[in-house]
Write a protein that binds this ligand. Structure first.
Ligand code: DGJ
Length: 749
């Protein structure tokens, strides 16, 4: 890994043996982009990649120089209005109403390691030799504002992390109307863009579009990253597959309003940007104040989309998630939400926990309904004291009883919300997010607490700590069930209202920081009506996220498959729930449900006592299986093999242990088809020379065989044959009916 600076060309080349990122200081002192892709030679000038030529009918930066126009050069962090007419990376409003700036490179520094971003989640380096950071300083003389562009390259990860810091060193206040985290101009735009979008209960479906001239974007203005769009996009070439070809990924480490955009210009140059959504954002930068953007990460893979995903998985598992749960397998939990909803008491909970514990579950999680007068979704959010009618021994008493059973205890909170019917609202109605003299919209009967006000965060943190200091709690599910409306920060002056949304998220991060610092052993799972805030910002604090409220296994194949484009298996909360499924009413077998839930954190969300003896036996077996192989699944490498988006819902994927000795392969069939063709899958990630046994099969197969000739799947039932003598025989296919899954264990011999 190296950051090379060539003084003569003022060229920077960041590389790590696999990727190169190259840019230079242009003749106007601003930064021009040269290359991002597979590693190429150091010790060379690449300025020819940015050759200037005269273009007709544009504006030029200098008189009598018809070869330099920002309209036609590729840049790193562009401004609008000084010959570039595309969307800019930043915009600064000044006292005279102007937005024109002139930031000129005034120096750079190359540092070992990676500096921390204060108050924001970000990737990190543990030692100075595993990353190197380039800080480019730019200065606008008129404004006396400094801009620092941070670029980190990692020794072991094929990713570049970027962020920007603005510092007002002048005497006049300016306003940042736009401050993206990253902008990069690609040489061409021959890409298909992939995005992860959806809504409640069908989050992170993959959708694709071929880039067209103009702007195509995804974003959120909901106050959370949202289920509608994820702060992620990928670019792939026309011939890129899961395992071959170029793919770029862009991911924003942020949980609030965001924008990710791809603009194809008049010369087919592609400008990609990621950052805080500029709509509803305006940050006042008074003299001596500074502003730090969130971090964005760009990944390059020449091994297809799966290579891109693995680069994200590795980086996020190893250098985004931090603390004691990093690279650690997760406890198998039983959650009472779909088992009881609000209708429970201590005895009922203990019965569920006891039975689940007997079958092998390791943690009991008490979901919503344990506090205040919370007997339905319309009251008590904000009153974080136990409901003693339901829980006569309080949270401590219940938690102690659970721990005495040999299980860990987890608890649900929704710390950012309040119901109107609550003691908190009676005491502090001014803590609710609302615009003065305007109607308050409501969602799920609740209102959002104003986390842009540190006093509110402080208060809620105190209530949570009172519970956590008192009871043996090992896990917290941090829920968030509505988006922000009538955004306004009562504690902010008028000229800082544009800071509200970002300050809100900083408030959420500050509470996470406080709790994860104080209780490093507690495992946090974030949640937002399922996967409504599943993003890298959350992962930094909460290494797992409730992937979706949709627990139907058929739906989950798509949701988990899509999520895996950027996020690791171990980060995806996944449970086996009861049938008929509570979201879609579908009835699937217990093994099918488990076969999908295995590829995540794995747990159950049902009343174990309602299961038949046979189902309880299945559950016991499933838990035993998962305990045996969870290290392979959660800490191994993940390979997508068949997309449910292209195969009528059917899917396949596999996890391979780090030493390639063990692999777990899963195939899913949603609907049976009559008289189908024979099917095979090209496996991935195995050791070519190793001979593998496959559970349920007599033959053994070499890795190269499975990855090239392929793994022939179970024969499907093909219907009946009428023999000549009139007898009917049924075909001997083993894979019969709808909703079937196969889990194969491959062991190297
Ligand atoms: C929404 C979550 O996604 C559910 O899992 C559950 O915790 C409910 N909230 C509780 O209100």
């Amino acid at each position: 890994m190296q950051i090379e600076y060539r003084k003569e060309e003022r060229q920077f080349h960041l590389c790590n043996g696999r990727i190169s990122y190259i840019f230079h200081v242009m003749e106007n002192g601003q930064l021009g982009h040269l290359y991002f892709g597979k590693q190429i030679h150091t010790g060379k000038s690449y300025l020819y990649l940015q050759k200037q030529r005269s273009h007709c009918h544009t504006a030029y930066a200098y008189e009598n120089n018809f070869c330099f126009s920002l309209d036609t050069v590729r840049q790193e962090y562009p401004a609008y209005g000084t010959t570039d007419f595309r969307e800019p990376a930043y915009r600064i409003s000044q006292r005279n109403g102007s937005h024109i700036t002139d930031f000129v490179c005034c120096g750079h520094e190359i540092r070992p390691g990676k500096p921390k971003l204060s108050g924001l989640p970000a990737t990190y380096a543990e030692t100075e030799d595993e990353a190197e950071t380039l800080i480019i300083s730019l200065w606008d003389e008129l404004l006396q504002v400094k801009m620092e562009l941070l670029y980190t390259i990692f020794r072991d990860h094929d990713a570049i992390a970027r962020s920007v810091r603005f510092a007002n060193q002048g005497t006049e206040t300016v306003f940042l109307d736009r401050a993206m985290s990253l902008s990069v101009d690609f040489f061409d735009s021959d890409f298909t863009m992939l995005q992860l979008d959806g809504t409640w209960a069908r989050e992170r479906y993959i959708s694709e579009r071929t880039l067209q001239k103009g702007i195509q974007s995804v974003g959120s203005l909901r106050g959370a990253s949202s289920a509608v769009h994820n702060p992620f996009l990928a670019l792939k070439r026309k011939n890129t597959t899961e395992y071959d070809g170029e793919a770029y990924g862009c991911s924003l480490i942020y949980s609030g309003n965001f924008l990710m955009q791809a603009e194809v210009d008049h010369y087919e140059v592609l400008r990609v940007m990621a950052g805080i959504h500029p709509s509803e954002f305006c940050w006042k930068l008074a003299p001596k104040e500074s502003f730090q953007t969130p971090e964005a990460v760009m990944v390059y893979s020449c091994q297809g989309l799966n290579g891109m995903s693995q680069a994200f998985h590795e980086l996020y598992n190893k250098r985004l998630v931090h603390g004691s749960w990093r690279e650690r397998t997760r406890p198998i939990l039983i959650n009472n939400w779909e088992a009881t909803y609000f209708d429970f008491n201590q005895d009922k909970l203990l019965e569920i926990a006891r039975k689940a514990g007997e079958l092998g579950a390791e943690m009991f999680v008490l979901d919503d309904g344990w506090f205040g007068e919370r007997n339905n979704a319309s009251q008590s959010l904000g009153d974080w004291t136990p409901n003693y009618d339901k829980l006569p021994d309080g949270i401590r008493g219940l938690a102690e009883k659970i721990t005495a059973m040999g299980m860990k205890f987890g608890l649900w909170f929704e710390p950012e919300m309040v119901n109107r019917v609550s003691e908190l609202y009676q005491k502090h109605p001014e803590w609710v997010v609302r615009t003065p003299n305007r109607r308050m919209s409501v969602g799920r009967n609740q209102y959002v607490l104003d986390y842009s006000n540190p006093e509110v965060v402080q208060y809620i943190g105190g209530l949570m700590e009172a519970i956590l200091d008192d009871a043996p709690v090992s896990y917290i599910k941090w829920d968030m069930n509505r988006n922000i409306t009538e955004a306004f920060g009562a504690s902010l002056p008028a000229d800082r209202q544009g800071e509200f949304f970002h300050r809100y998220i900083l408030g959420v991060y500050s509470l996470y920081e406080r709790l994860t610092e104080k209780y490093p052993e507690i495992l946090f799972e974030s949640c937002a009506s399922g996967g409504g805030r599943f993003d890298p910002g959350m992962l930094y604090y909460a290494p797992q996220c409730w992937t979706s409220d949709d627990t139907d296994a058929v739906e989950r194949i798509k949701i988990q498959y899509g999520t895996s484009l950027c996020y690791p298996v171990v980060s995806m909360g996944s449970h086996v729930s009861a049938v008929p499924n509570h979201q879609v009413g579908r009835v699937t077998g217990m093994d099918f449900r488990a076969a999908v839930a295995y590829f995540g954190t794995f747990g159950y969300e049902l009343d174990v006592n309602m299961l038949t003896d046979a189902e309880q036996a299945q559950m016991k077996e499933q838990i035993a299986f998962f305990k045996k192989y969870r290290e392979v699944i959660q800490l191994g490498r993940f390979y997508r093999l068949r997309s449910p988006f292209e195969n009528q819902g059917d899917g396949a994927w596999m996890c391979v242990s780090r030493d390639k000795r063990t692999a777990i392969l899963a195939t899913y069939k949603v609907l049976a088809r009559v008289n189908p063709r024979m099917k095979k899958l090209l496996l991935s990630g195995l050791d070519a020379e190793t001979e593998y046994s496959v559970s349920g099969r007599k033959e053994t197969y070499y890795g190269d065989e499975l990855m090239n000739a392929g793994f022939v799947e179970e024969l499907e039932f093909t219907g009946y044959n009428v023999r000549d003598n009139g007898t009917i025989i049924y075909d001997n296919g083993t894979d019969k009916g709808d909703f079937t899954a196969h889990i194969y264990v491959l062991e190297g011999r």
